[in-house]
Design a protein around this ligand. Structure first.
Ligand code: FAD
Length: 307
């Protein structure tokens, strides 16, 4: 370890315990695509105060900082990520009171929807198969089958890049189709409060079972992937354009346009991030050539190329 790395490591150990700071942690262990090189510092805070201190440290010392949720909507490049990668999976409490459900950002949104079911609350059924964290779901206003975070979010607690804690109302986050202002403001989501409605257990469960069945029958869940790679282009369906371009089954290295759902790219044989990204570009170029439609990525690509 070079000096500045040692300095950062010691500063992190002054904030959180040793088991919460991993060095050169392979990020392929933490992403749904099973892609990605190492993080210099992989930090898993256990309290909001620790998150605030880590943000202050990164800000003061100009340390590159990345927030990784459940890793289900991003591709980390093969060279990994420099600086601090924070993963809040240990902040994962979910509680219901009356018709509100409060979830910490590291909890899985799937677990929040199960908790809502257990409390006989309706509104989060759409999220029962979205494999992201609560924080990641707010970041991109996750949604499925006609529902989205925007419909049920009441408020959120976030931390700024300077380490300040803010309580925001849902409207402050500018949630719209697969976007919010969380990235442009550099907010780290710590907690979300959802406003639900009293429902009937059997009816809520029936909706969740139906959505799960639809998902399992249509999506290649047997392979690592990042879900739908592209946003829905206005007036079209990305999967249909890809299918009609004859791209299903197209493979670059271990990455393949799914045979089951053309909107997914699956890691079928130990792909590298490079192969996966090359295949994304190939799909975008081919669809543009055939239909004149630019497919915009829903999934984020982050990190460094391998040296
Ligand atoms: P990550 O992939 O870890 O991160 C994505 C972005 O969110 C990053 O920029 C990250 O910095 C940011 N982020 C994560 N947590 C926080 C936080 N606490 N504070 C601030 N920023 C944060 N999405 C849908 O909307 N609908 C679907 O139906 C759907 N189906 C999917 C099916 C499969 C099989 C897969 C693999 C993915 C699917 N997705 C779907 C995509 C993905 O699950 C969602 O986008 C999810 O919201 C991403 O959350 P995450 O925690 O995994 O975020």
């Amino acid at each position: 370890m070079v000096n500045s790395h040692e300095h950062i490591y010691q500063a992190l150990l002054a904030i959180t315990s040793e088991e919460n700071v991993l060095l050169n942690e392979p990020l392929k262990k933490h992403t749904y695509t099973h892609l990605g090189g190492p993080a210099d510092f992989f930090v898993t805070p256990e309290t909001y105060a620790e998150v605030q201190e880590i943000m202050k440290l990164a800000n003061k010392e100009h340390i590159p900082f990345t927030l990784l949720g459940n890793g289900s909507n991003l591709i980390v490049k093969d060279g990994g990520i420099r600086g601090i990668v924070m993963n809040p999976y240990k902040l994962n409490k979910i509680e219901t009171t009356g018709t509100t459900l409060v979830a910490q950002s590291g909890a899985r949104i799937i677990d929040a929807s199960r908790e809502a079911l257990a409390a006989k609350l309706t509104g989060l059924e759409f999220a029962c198969g979205i494999p992201g964290s609560v924080g990641g779901a707010l970041y991109m206003n996750a949604g499925a089958y006609g529902g989205e975070v925007k419909d049920v979010l009441q408020s959120a607690i976030v931390v700024t890049r300077e380490g300040e804690l803010l309580e925001l109302q849902a409207e402050d986050l500018d949630l719209s189709y697969r976007t919010s202002n969380i990235p442009s403001n550099g907010y780290i989501v710590l907690e979300a409060t959802f406003l639900l409605q009293i429902g009937n257990y059997e009816e809520i469960k029936a909706v969740m079972d139906d959505l799960t069945f639809k998902r399992e029958s249509k999506q290649p869940l047997e392979y690592p992937s990042c879900g739908s790679v592209f946003k829905r282009p206005p007036g079209y369906f990305a999967g249909k354009l890809i299918q009609d371009s004859g791209l299903q089954g197209k493979q670059i290295g271990g990455a393949q346009v799914s045979l089951k759902h053309a909107g997914f790219i699956v890691n079928i044989a130990d792909a590298t991030a490079n192969e996966y990204i090359d295949l994304i570009h190939h799909v975008q170029d081919t669809v543009m050539k055939n239909f004149g439609v630019r497919l915009e990525r829903e999934v984020r690509i982050i990190g460094d190329d391998q040296q």
